[in-house]
Design a protein around this ligand. Structure first.
Ligand code: NG6
Ligand code: CA
Length: 507
């Protein structure tokens, strides 16, 4: 990868990006930044990316007003590592302990490093995290659910947070506002265990008759709101979230933060729970897609996006706000609950033309929806095939808002791609690493997946994982569905890409 952190390259990028007005104002501009980060939404799950069985009019409108990327990537095929990479600008696979975090994990981000929110805070932004966190809270002793939950989002650069600490299928099923569980009654403390049941509390395993949604895999520990979760919990009754109101609650918190900061530059990281499991859409969406709860959750997500767009419009913030929409990893249909998502799919293809899905080395694992709107700076309605990664948000927004590149030790894998994110540069990165069970490198039209001994297929989720003991090479331009492994035909390219990957691993 070319080192783009030099000032010459920065100046060039700013020129290419056409940010002359910003430059005239002193080298930087400070639009608000709203990053809507969906969970487990596949490339093919939105109608502007080709879905026909489910419609996402708000997301489509966002794309019509902005730019839609066809080769935008999350850095990993699961949640925690993708979020880690995006917020730190460092590929998660470089750091131990960044796999899918248990619900009682300590904060996995080093509080001394520069992060995307700390950088923007330094640049004068008010910063907030609303929604799914899944990066741990608390020190090495783990979270104290009844006390101060510290360090957490506030210690890595956010001024405010309203988060679900892990995922909706992991206990404790409560929101955390800043350093405390929201709405906790001190007379009903929370107990959490990830090893053994607590007292005589019912569990999904022992009491399946109490479940309103049965598990297809795992999810058989605590029962909260009739749903089996991962991990055991007791107490905290008044603080428990209601699953069918999660989207509404989070959206209202996000809207409130925007309204509160309308006169000041702000960065909102809004990580939705949709469309992760357990899928319990609100009354307005239940049964509305015809594709079961997974489709309903897509409609609910689309509503969420529409609500944020509406709030920006009504506060006259649309023009001065970069609105980004993306997803943390690719799609999965059955992710451990018998929610009929598979039976009701009706021919819908969550991965679109791509192979694999969540957890997979194949492209659907990390190639996800990516849309960016910034009126006046991005031509409306365009598409771009530039090779881009969410890991680049940090250097790109950093350069934009501060007028200078990251320091050497900051965001080591993040590059200023503002010219590509605004559609002026059509190429983007020269190479990019995808991370699932193995690592893959994409360079130009080629994708190389390093050999690995992991399973080829995960039957429980019905996803091809893309592991193979032999090297794999695909020509993505001719074969975006990764059907023909041409490694044997092009040994020289395999050798070159394997060497590139090794060098980047060590970088
Ligand atoms: C898996 C869970 C799955 C989901 C995933 C994390 C089981 C059987 N499966 O272990 O339901 O929670 O972890 O998803 O428990 S992610 O989007 O947060 O990475
Ligand atoms: Ca996810």
């Amino acid at each position: 990868m070319v080192n783009m952190k030099g000032s010459f390259m920065l100046a060039a990028a700013i020129c290419i990006a056409g940010l002359v007005t910003a430059q005239q104002r002193g080298g930087y501009s400070r639009p608000n930044i709203v990053l809507i980060y969906a969970d487990d939404l596949g490339y093919g799950d939105i109608s502007c990316n080709g879905a026909t069985k489910v419609h996402t009019p708000n997301i489509d409108r966002l794309a019509a007003q902005g730019i839609r990327f066809t080769n935008g990537h999350a850095s990993s095929a699961t949640c925690t590592p993708s979020r880690y990479s995006m917020l730190t600008g460092q590929y998660a696979w470089r750091k131990k302990g960044t796999g899918i975090a248990p619900g009682n994990a300590s904060l996995i981000i080093d509080t001394t490093i520069t992060t995307l929110p700390s950088l923007l805070r330094r640049a004068g932004y008010a910063t907030a995290a609303v929604g799914k966190w899944h990066l741990g809270v608390g020190d090495e002793k783990g979270p104290d659910w009844n006390g101060e939950l510290k360090p957490g989002p506030l210690e890595i650069g956010f001024n405010y947070c309203w988060i679900m600490p892990a995922t909706a299928d992991r206990v404790p099923c409560v929101y955390v506002e800043n350093h405390r569980v929201a709405g906790l009654d001190p007379n009903d403390p929370i107990k959490v265990s990830y090893t053994a049941p607590i007292g005589n509390e019912p569990t999904g395993k022992k009491n399946p008759e109490l479940l309103v949604m049965k598990s297809s895999q795992g999810h058989s520990d605590a029962i909260v709101n009739g749903i089996g979760r991962i991990g055991f919990m007791q107490g905290g009754t008044a603080a428990l979230w209601k699953d069918d109101l999660i989207a509404e609650t989070l959206t209202a918190k996000a809207q409130h933060f925007i309204a509160q900061h309308k006169s000041h530059p702000f960065f909102l990281y809004f990580a939705t729970h949709d469309i992760h499991v357990p899928r319990v859409p609100g009354a307005a969406f239940a049964g509305k897609s015809g594709l079961g709860v997974r489709g309903d959750a897509i409609l609910q997500l689309d509503w969420t996006v529409g609500q944020i767009m509406h709030t920006l419009d009504s506060l006259h913030l649309t023009e001065n706000t970069i609105l980004v929409f993306s997803s943390d990893n690719g799609p999965v249909v059955d992710d451990g609950y018998q929610d009929q998502a598979v039976a009701l799919l009706n021919g819908h293809k969550p991965s679109g033309p791509l192979r694999g899905g969540k957890y997979s080395n194949f492209d659907a694992g990390t190639r996800v929806p990516l849309i960016i709107r910034w009126p006046g700076h991005i031509k409306a309605g365009g598409t771009s095939a530039a090779l881009l990664s969410q890991v680049d948000f940090m250097a790109s927004f950093g350069a934009l808002t501060t007028g200078h590149p990251l320091e050497k030790q900051e965001g080591p894998d993040s590059f200023d791609m503002m010219a590509a994110f605004t559609g002026k540069d059509k190429k983007g990165r020269t190479s990019l690493i995808e991370h699932a069970g193995a690592l893959s490198i994409i360079k130009g039209n080629w994708k190389y997946i390093e050999p690995g001994n992991g399973a080829r297929y995960d039957e429980a989720v019905d996803i091809e994982l893309g592991n193979d003991p032999a090297p794999q090479l695909y020509d993505l331009r001719k074969d975006p569905g990764e059907q023909n492994n041409v490694a044997v035909r092009y040994p020289q390219i395999v050798k070159e890409l394997a060497a590139n990957l090794q060098a980047l691993k060590k970088a």
